[in-house]
Design a protein around this ligand. Structure first.
Ligand SMILES: Nc1ncnc2c1ncn2[C@@H]1O[C@H](COP(=O)(O)OP(=O)(O)OP(=O)(O)O)[C@@H](O)[C@H]1O
Length: 370
């Protein structure tokens, strides 16, 4: 089991100071709009890689009118103490500590993994490829934290190539060097994506039939297709180098790089209707998304290579009919990682019975309600 058994926030969003003592059961946060429920999930999400579930700037999360930065501390499974501090007066960087000793975000990623679902993701199947790519890359990062670094290296090289292309006159040797870096990071990204797609599809296929429909996933990108066929690093690297090289003239015309893993799409088919997920009803899409996120959590737990993930579900319960809600709670109760849920009213969580703990959230304060 992976669970936060204590969480404390200092000057984070609308919390001046808060400490929650918890057990390993799912945590249900309820309270009125604007009370600070999502802020608590956002605080938990800071313990994962990246900038958390709102992708906010670090300084944005500092409580308004607070002079310094913010601090978060948690105890994992009653044992390990982890903390993150942002000192806006100093370096404006996050300081991570594990059991009091300085640690890197990578050390943290070995101890805690987090998967989340927020209302902002509701349109992911209907939106553009970049939304789906971001959604999927976040899942990849939860499985393989190094994916974030590969993506950052890729983005840097891509910005350099685009700057060169915009000038219209490309020095071949310079372009070769940038494209080699782009292809190196791009190959790593494509392989990571292929590994996680396969693990996710296996977990989806193994899910029970019923309340959360299954999806069939494909990655639409040449490098990922090669990785899924089992091609080795060198072959995928050469494929990308060729694509960038042969696309130079076209890219100069367009003013940007038109091919590569930064254009990959995640195609999702709603299996019961065999139609693209974007054509499913709003409720079906939500149920499909929940199924995907649950499969991802199961795949992470089953991988055995790290801790079971915490699962953050913002406003998921309110959109489900009572049967689906009960089915979701049954699944959350037996997951290897603690689930965190939000809703405006306590009755939404009734079907949990005593299998969950409830926290009443009220404008910057939160109290255990039993
Ligand atoms: N940096 C900040 N400093 C102080 N308060 C903040 C800060 N950022 C956000 N808030 C406040 O936090 C509140 C929003 O909290 P949150 O999004 O967690 O609400 P919620 O309980 O999830 O509401 P809903 O049910 O509407 O989703 C708002 O009142 C907002 O003004």
């Amino acid at each position: 089991m992976t669970a936060l058994t204590r969480l404390s926030l200092t000057d984070f969003r609308n919390y001046a100071g808060l400490t929650l003592r918890l057990d390993a059961r799912p945590v249900c946060l309820y309270g009125s709009n604007g009370a600070g429920k999502t802020n608590l999930l956002e605080a938990v999400s800071q313990f994962g890689p990246g900038r958390g579930l709102r992708s906010a700037q670090l300084s944005e999360m500092t409580r308004r009118d607070a002079p310094g930065g913010w601090a978060l501390a948690a105890t994992l499974d009653d044992e390990q103490k982890i903390s993150i501090t942002l000192d806006t007066a100093g370096t404006a960087k996050r300081t991570v500590r594990i059991d009091g000793a300085p640690a890197s975000p990578g050390d943290l990623a070995e101890r805690i993994r987090i998967v989340w679902l927020t209302p902002a993701m509701d349109g992911v199947f209907r939106g553009g490829a970049s939304d789906r790519r971001r959604f999927f890359d976040r899942l990849v990062m939860a499985h393989l934290p190094a994916h974030g670094k590969a993506a950052a290296r890729y983005d840097k090289a891509l910005a350099e190539r685009n700057a060169l292309i915009e000038r219209g006159h490309v020095d071949p040797a310079w372009a070769d060097a940038i494209e080699a870096r782009l292809a190196e990071a791009g190959t790593e990204m494509a392989i990571n994506r292929a590994i996680v797609l396969e693990a996710l599809q296996i977990a989806i296929d193994a899910r029970p039939e019923g309340h959360f429909p299954k999806a069939d996933l494909t990655l639409e990108g040449a490098a990922e297709a090669a990785a899924l066929k089992g091609e080795d690093f060198r072959t995928i690297f050469d494929l990308l180098v060729d694509a960038y090289h042969s696309g130079r003239r076209r890219d100069i015309g367009a003013g940007r790089t038109l091919s590569g893993p930064h254009r990959t799409d995640l195609a999702v088919i709603h299996r019961p209707t065999a139609a693209p997920a974007g054509e499913a009803s709003t409720g079906q899409q939500k149920a499909l998304l929940i199924g995907l996120v649950l499969a991802s959590a199961t795949a992470l737990s089953a991988g055995g290579s790290g801790p079971s993930p915490l699962l953050l579900l913002d406003e998921a319960a309110a959109h489900l009919d009572p049967d689906r809600r009960a089915a979701l709670f049954d699944e959350l109760t037996v997951l290897g990682g603690q689930a965190w849920l939000t809703g405006t009213e306590a009755f939404l969580f009734e079907a949990f019975g005593d299998r969950a703990q409830r926290i009443r959230v009220d404008e910057g304060s939160a109290t255990l309600a039993e």
